[in-house]
Design a protein around this ligand. Structure first.
Ligand SMILES: NC(=O)c1ccc[n+]([C@@H]2O[C@H](COP(=O)([O-])OP(=O)(O)OC[C@H]3O[C@@H](n4cnc5c(N)ncnc54)[C@H](O)[C@@H]3O)[C@@H](O)[C@H]2O)c1
Length: 243
């Protein structure tokens, strides 16, 4: 009997990296549920694509993961992979960052991952599936005025290994920490943008999607869990002192 096509759920998948992950998985014969906020172009992004379930909702709300998992399982009968990708950044000097803004960033980048993991646990255990969280190199290094983002991503790296230990051995949980991934106009990047990277170029959404697909595939990455993969063209390995 042929194996059923696997099913994944991607948050924040209407744009950027999440969209690339969803499209990559669809091309690799996955069936994919995509969650994004209303008004962010979700339907337009996946127009004409079969094997998709589109859920408009706020990843920070408890109802959204419950609805997304239920809709996906109702339609496809299983859930093999969760990619918690939805994220926002607010860059503001500490003295001007409001408590509401702090919570908005932490809730979107960190709490939503807890909510989705909790809602998906039962189905992922059944399917012996995997979770991939999308953190950032900013979990381990910073520019000024990025406190809420850095804290949320550091929390996400820690949440990832906690989940890996709690949900193993049935469910593997890994984190991908991207550096600069250009999601808009790659052609407009300057020579220096690329040259500063030890890898010689700025990252593309496909760089992340390739790794996520590998991490979801238990036959290829079955011994990998609780890990954080930095995909940044080497930038966090580069020592910089001013002349
Ligand atoms: N692009 C980069 O250079 C880079 C680097 C490191 C980490 N990341 C991380 O990768 C992820 C994707 O980033 P991107 O550059 O593709 O961003 P993006 O802004 O292009 O896409 C993010 C998507 O998440 C959605 N989203 C935001 N809040 C949401 C919510 N509450 N509920 C549902 N959906 C929501 C947005 O509508 C959007 O479609 C984020 O977690 C980001 O922090 C990106």
């Amino acid at each position: 009997m042929p194996r059923a096509k696997p099913v994944a759920l991607v948050t924040g998948g209407a744009n950027g990296i999440g969209r690339a992950i969803a499209l990559h998985l669809l091309a690799a014969s996955w069936r994919v549920g995509i969650v994004d906020l209303p008004g962010r172009g979700l339907r337009h992004a996946f127009r004409g694509k079969s094997n998709t379930v589109l859920v408009e909702g706020d990843a920070r709300e408890q109802e959204t993961p419950a609805l997304a998992v239920a809709t996906l399982v109702d339609r496809f009968g299983r859930l093999d992979g969760l990619i918690s990708n939805a994220g926002i950044m607010i860059r503001k000097p500490l003295r001007r960052l409001t408590l509401d803004e702090w919570h908005r960033v932490i809730d979107t980048n960190l709490t939503a991952t807890f909510l989705f993991a909790r809602a998906a646990e039962k189905e992922l255990r059944k399917a012996r599936g995997a979770i991939v969280t999308i953190a950032s190199t900013r979990a381990r290094m910073s520019e000024p005025d990025t406190e809420s983002y850095a804290a949320s991503k550091g929390g996400l790296v820690a949440l990832t290994h906690a989940l890996a230990v709690s949900l193993g051995p049935l469910v593997r949980v890994n984190c991908v920490s991207p550096g600069w991934i250009e999601t808009r106009n790659y052609a407009a990047l300057r020579r220096g943008d690329h040259a500063q990277h030890p890898a010689g170029r700025v990252g593309k959404p496909s760089d992340i999607a390739e790794l996520v697909a590998w991490l979801l595939d238990g036959e290829r990455s079955g011994f990998v869990t609780g890990a954080d993969f930095v995909v940044d063209g080497g930038m966090t390995r580069k020592m910089i002192y001013a002349e």
